[in-house]
Ligand binder design. Structure first.
Ligand SMILES: NC(=O)c1ccc[n+]([C@@H]2O[C@H](COP(=O)([O-])OP(=O)(O)OC[C@H]3O[C@@H](n4cnc5c(N)ncnc54)[C@H](O)[C@@H]3O)[C@@H](O)[C@H]2O)c1
Length: 407
């Protein structure tokens, strides 16, 4: 396939930016876009026409868009609770389905994604761009080379001061407000967990077996509303259910633990707080440093000393070719990995089992918190296939390690 026809559902900040990113690629055409808000659809159609010289068809109902016969795939950048129904409908129509990041609302919807992808043979991909971050890919490379020894413990999270975005979600028509008002759990697990799960071979010789989740009181958003929004604002008296800091411990079948933190309603600088620790060494993102066994006891070597030597080949090429796209380039890489899978008619580098294992953390953590931080068993979405599946770095875009064939 020389050219991929990609439709887009969800034209908020993220979806609108992604349309611009992919429409610029020579081998991508965007024949159709959809949002429930007509003004967002109109803006996007006009923008594509002025920048790229053609008008995508405009839809406010994704079902009508999916009835088209010319779509190879869809990028779904809608609100978290609408991702799955659109992806299921797309797979049933035979088109590759990719969803933007977010957690699942129920274990049942995760199973449905698995069943429909298995039955139709159509790939489903969570577009976890952080899997293609430069540091994450270099550490993946180092893990696969055995530099950290056998992995024992990892940490990660989403630590991002979103008080303004969340509390102003009414006037900005943003879905996070409703989620933080009504839910309480690890709402955004995949930026941290995606790269770590790949390092831990989850669903390929390893799996998540249980989790425990705990959350703090909720203060940050209310205090922000009192101090910054004023008594006339609709969120001035809102009682937010979501705790300010949610921590989740996950146990893996091979014996590793992962500590995951969600921290979006207090003042703080951004971090994904990654830590990868094995029998021979440790990487800490917040220190931007690595320590290996044999270095002097307290010595942390700067990450920069290792990057050039252990850059993943995908990043080596990307740096030579010219980094482009948002979030330091990883938005471009994750879209390319999806588009190349469609062109080659092969499985996506983040498959349905990866996707649902990461997404399910959200609803399982909500269950754990609702039951007083009770341990919750983790479903085996592979139905036992994890025992014999193994990482297979079988294409350039693989996240199973490093591909040693031609680019
Ligand atoms: N990977 C990243 O770095 C990154 C960054 C930002 C956002 N995101 C993700 O992108 C997604 C969207 O985020 P956003 O900030 O753009 O949100 P947003 O609320 O600004 O936009 C979501 C859009 O989806 C539309 N929508 C909702 N239901 C729909 C439906 N049934 N059919 C069609 N359109 C529908 C809404 O009208 C809205 O315009 C989320 O999953 C978010 O987590 C990812």
């Amino acid at each position: 396939m020389d050219r991929v026809n990609l439709a887009f559902a969800g034209l908020g900040g993220r979806g609108a930016g992604l349309v611009d990113l992919v429409a610029e690629m020579d081998d991508v055409h965007v024949p159709a876009v959809c949002d429930v808000y007509p003004d967002r659809v109109d803006d996007k159609v006009r923008r594509v026409e002025s920048a790229f010289g053609y008008r995508p068809a405009a839809y406010t109902d994704y079902r009508q868009m999916l009835a088209r016969d010319d779509l190879d795939g869809i990028v779904i950048a809608t609100s978290w609770t609408t991702h799955v129904e659109i992806a299921l409908a797309a797979m049933r129509r035979g088109m590759y389905a990719a969803v933007e990041v977010g957690g699942a609302s129920s274990v049942q919807e995760c199973w449905e994604l698995v069943r429909v992808s298995e039955e139709t043979g159509v790939p489903f991909m969570l577009l976890e761009n952080c899997c293609y971050g430069r540091e994450e890919m270099a550490v993946l490379n180092m893990v696969k080379k055995g530099l950290f020894g056998e992995l024992v413990h990892c940490q990660c999270g989403y630590e991002h001061d979103l008080r303004s975005e969340i509390t102003r979600g009414g006037e900005n028509r943003h879905y996070r407000l409703e989620n933080f008002t009504h839910r309480n759990g690890e709402l955004y697990p995949t930026h941290g967990m995606g790269p770590i799960a790949k390092m831990l071979d989850i669903n390929k010789g390893n799996r998540f077996i249980s989790l425990v989740s705990m959350t703090t009181k909720s203060r940050g958003l209310h205090e922000y509303a009192l101090n910054e929004l004023g008594p006339e604002h609709p969120q001035y008296n809102t009682v937010f259910n979501q705790g300010d800091v949610t921590t989740t411990m996950i146990k893996c079948a091979r014996g590793e633990t992962v500590l995951l933190t969600h921290d979006c309603s207090l003042p703080r600088p951004y971090s994904r707080a990654q830590r990868v620790q094995g029998t021979k060494g440790i990487w800490m993102e917040d220190k931007n440093a690595i320590h290996f066994d044999g270095m002097p006891g307290e010595h942390w070597a700067p990450m920069a000393e290792f990057l050039a030597q252990h850059d993943h080949p995908v990043w080596h090429h990307f740096l030579n070719d010219g980094v482009r796209g948002g979030h330091g380039g990883m938005d471009y890489l994750v879209q390319r990995s999806y588009i190349e899978a469609i062109k080659a008619g092969r499985q996506t580098p983040i498959d349905v089992y990866d996707s649902v294992a990461w997404m399910a953390i959200t609803c399982l953590s909500e269950d754990s918190i609702a039951c007083g931080s009770a341990p919750v068993p983790f479903p085996d979405f592979t139905n036992g296939k994890w025992i014999s599946r193994r990482p297979r770095p079988d294409c350039y875009w693989t996240l199973d390690g490093v591909y040693d064939g031609e680019r």
